[in-house]
Ligand binder design. Structure first.
Ligand code: AMP
Length: 368
């Protein structure tokens, strides 16, 4: 079996590294020529996506047929990011299935549509306005509010905090388009749920994960999340099951949540393997990457059971750490990317006695 992945980043790399032992072959579509291919070099065929037609109406059918052949005629295609050109996926869907479906990716690609999907399924999310003047929105939402671009916004990119009237007036003068203005949530903490569904509708969940962000970027995760009642856990799983079933979803999906007391508010969905699920490479019987591949390949899903308390520390903008700094209870995953400030270059997974021990290890590592 051959699976093609749109994107040449670290998630594609880790999907291939998890799928190769299953005897699956990989190819990669470089859909963004500015993206470096180093992460997936040597792991399979890499092909550039063709240029769009000049009138932007789509792709030349012959060029897409050629791309499909050059990719080694994959049995299915998946993505490592939600911001992919849907027209490219639609054109490729003539040749083989796309998992998750183009519709499911579309639903998570645009923050406004994602909010509508959550509302339709009665899943709580922060109140918001679409394309509304900030001065009008704050009359209902109060200060502060978050402005988020509906597309191209991840890791806190394309987001602004509006703290007062001067900020709101300034924002309104920008003439921005396609954004949401969202109430600022005074959450207790952030958690995520990574789950998956296969073609037969089998659904599995990983443990809820505590996530710590700085400047909108995930710094570290620890699983299982602490101080979460069984009721909250079941609530999160119930929301996820509604989403996966509604979208007839195939593959891994991540749901990022704010925790406010016993309540959950969904911040964002990711129709793909997720940074807050990287700990599963060391802490679960079957990691999210292998399970995503299993779901696409039509295999039974691997066991998501957690085998140890596990933490994940992102290595952001730093050189590769010295190997002697890694203890027997940690593993390094380096992505082979050029070092650049604010860039996710690798991560370390740690296992430990308990969450506090992991927090100490992470702090030790951060101070190196
Ligand atoms: P996002 O790109 O939506 O995942 O946002 C990145 C991070 O910004 C989140 O993980 C939160 O830490 C913070 N954030 C996003 N939206 C809100 C909000 N409405 N209220 C408070 N913090 C937020």
């Amino acid at each position: 079996m051959r699976i093609a992945i749109v994107g040449c980043g670290q998630l594609s790399r880790m999907l291939a590294l998890a799928g190769l032992p299953l005897g699956i072959q990989f190819s990669f579509i470089q859909d963004d020529i500015s993206q470096n291919r180093d992460c997936v070099e040597g792991l399979g065929i890499i092909q550039k996506s063709p240029m769009k037609l000049e009138d932007n109406s789509g792709y030349d059918a012959q060029a897409i047929a050629q791309l499909y052949q050059d990719l080694g005629a994959p049995d299915c295609i998946t993505v490592e990011k939600e911001q992919v050109d849907l027209a490219l996926l639609q054109a490729l869907a003539i040749f083989c299935p796309i998992y998750p479906s183009v519709e499911a990716i579309k639903g998570c690609q645009h923050r406004g549509q994602e909010k509508q999907l959550l509302a339709k399924l009665n899943i709580p999310t922060s109140p918001y306005f679409y394309n509304q003047s900030a001065l009008e929105a704050v009359k209902v939402l109060g200060y502060p509010v978050m402005v988020k671009s509906c597309t191209e916004g991840y890791d806190g990119k394309n987001q602004w905090l509006i703290k007062n009237q001067a900020d709101a007036e300034q924002f309104d003068q920008l003439g921005a388009d396609d954004y949401i203005i969202e109430a600022f949530v005074a959450f207790d903490k952030e958690i995520s749920l990574v789950s998956l569904r296969n073609k037969r509708g089998q659904i599995e969940h990983y443990s809820l994960t505590d996530n710590h962000h700085e400047q909108g970027i995930l710094r570290h995760s620890i699983a299982p999340a602490v101080n979460i009642s069984d009721a909250t856990q079941l609530q999160a799983q119930g929301y996820m099951e509604r989403l996966l079933t509604e979208l007839d979803y195939v593959g891994v999906m991540a749901m990022e949540c704010f925790v406010i007391g016993e309540e959950l508010m969904i911040n964002e969905l990711a129709p793909r393997v997720h940074n807050s699920g990287h700990w599963t490479q060391l802490g679960s019987i079957t990691c999210q990457f292998e399970n995503h591949i299993r779901a696409l390949a039509g295999l039974n899903l691997g066991n998501t059971k957690q085998i140890a308390v596990t933490g994940m520390l992102n290595l952001i903008g730093t050189e590769q750490p010295p190997f002697d700094a890694l203890t027997e209870n940690s593993k390094l995953y380096w992505y082979n990317k050029a070092v650049k400030a604010q860039r996710k270059l690798g991560h370390i997974n740690f296992i430990g006695e308990n969450q506090q021990a992991i927090r100490e290890k992470i702090a030790q590592f951060e101070s190196l």
